[in-house]
Design a binder for this molecule. Structure first.
Ligand code: UDP
Ligand code: MG
Length: 311
């Protein structure tokens, strides 16, 4: 990646000296190339030794530690800004082939709600969304699309330009930029329908939308949702389940630290989505604390009530 923020040569030079490493390729106007090279040990020692620099200038001895802090801080900040810019650039980049992400913005939904039934399945991490979706697939033949699973698959796909980005977001319990997730969902819906050779289908969209803007964007550009199944579960119970699952799941976010972050994101960012749909009367809230069978029995009851017996 070519850095789009240039670091003045003076700063780069100070960074090089003060860290005992060198930064090459910098100039006052051209982008900085972050090639690091270890400097000789003697140089590193000299920097902090009481004797000061070889020239014996006392002011420089006091000044360098301060400069080092400023330079390292600036370099870190510039790196962060560039990384952010690079992320948004790659998300906005137009697709070069049909399977690539993301598609251009659209103003009308790809699927009509008269052909395609979308049920969002929400709930905190570990509430049991995946388990209940599996039951619903078996019993009613829904097509189950887990946003988290699609993101993890994209993360592992060789050649994906989003792999590292997705890994970072998931590990930190953050919401991956919606363009990526929505395009993955739309691609999966299109693929599922074309595999079935039909334009009609019923989808359980699991773990999505987790943020209000995702909800708006998905409904505007992919398909309006019919209803929301919300599995409500106390944090303590979810935490126990996730820690238990973490023993075998191999998921990078099923550990105490990531779980804490996921809970925070859920409360701060995802609950407003549930509230938004509640105001529209689209939410069916189910207590997810009992056994999976008991929860499923309740879920079936609510679904048939809403969608009729032959949905
Ligand atoms: N994720 C996301 N956007 C989504 C769905 C998931 O960014 O629309 C990310 C987010 O970092 C989340 C992680 O994927 O914490 C795992 O999601 P998943 O639904 O698999 O977790 P669950 O809630 O089922 O434990
Ligand atoms: Mg899940």
């Amino acid at each position: 990646m070519a850095s789009r923020i240039s670091v003045p040569w003076l700063l780069a030079g100070r960074l090089a000296s003060s860290t005992g490493r060198s930064v090459t390729g910098a100039s006052s106007t051209s982008p900085l190339s972050w090639t690091w090279r270890s400097a000789p040990r003697q140089h590193q020692r000299r920097l902090y030794s009481a004797g000061g620099s070889p020239s014996g200038n006392k002011d420089r001895v006091k000044f360098w530690p301060f400069l080092a802090v400023v330079a390292v801080g600036s370099a870190g900040y510039i790196g962060l800004v560039n990384r952010r810019k690079d992320m948004s650039r790659s998300i906005e980049a137009p697709p070069t082939d049909a399977g690539q992400l993301p598609a251009p913005a659209k103003s009308t939904p790809t699927f009509s709600p008269s052909d395609v039934t979308v049920v969002f399945v929400l709930g905190g991490p570990g509430a049991g969304k995946g388990t209940q979706c599996a039951n619903l697939v078996k019993k009613y033949g829904f097509i189950h699309l887990s946003a988290g699973d699609l993101l993890r698959a994209e993360q592992e796909r060789p050649g994906s330009q989003f792999g590292d980005l997705i890994r970072d977001y998931i590990k930190n319990g953050l919401i991956v930029p919606m363009e990526v997730t929505i395009q993955l969902l739309e691609n999966a819906m299109t693929e599922a329908l074309s595999k079935a050779g039909t334009s009609k289908g019923r989808f359980l969209i699991d773990g999505f939308p987790r943020k209000l803007d995702q909800a708006h964007k998905f409904e505007d550009s992919v398909c309006p949702a019919k209803m929301v199944l919300f599995f409500d579960c106390p944090e303590k119970v979810m935490e126990e389940r996730l820690l238990e699952r973490g023993k075998t799941s191999g998921r990078a976010d099923d550990n105490a630290e990531s779980i804490r972050k996921r809970f925070r994101t859920f409360i701060e960012t995802s609950m407003p989505v549930v509230e938004y749909y509640e105001k529209q009367g689209k939410v069916v809230k189910i207590d997810a604390t009992p056994s999976p069978d008991a929860v499923f029995a309740k879920t079936q009851g609510h679904l048939t009530e809403r969608l009729g017996t032959d949905f």
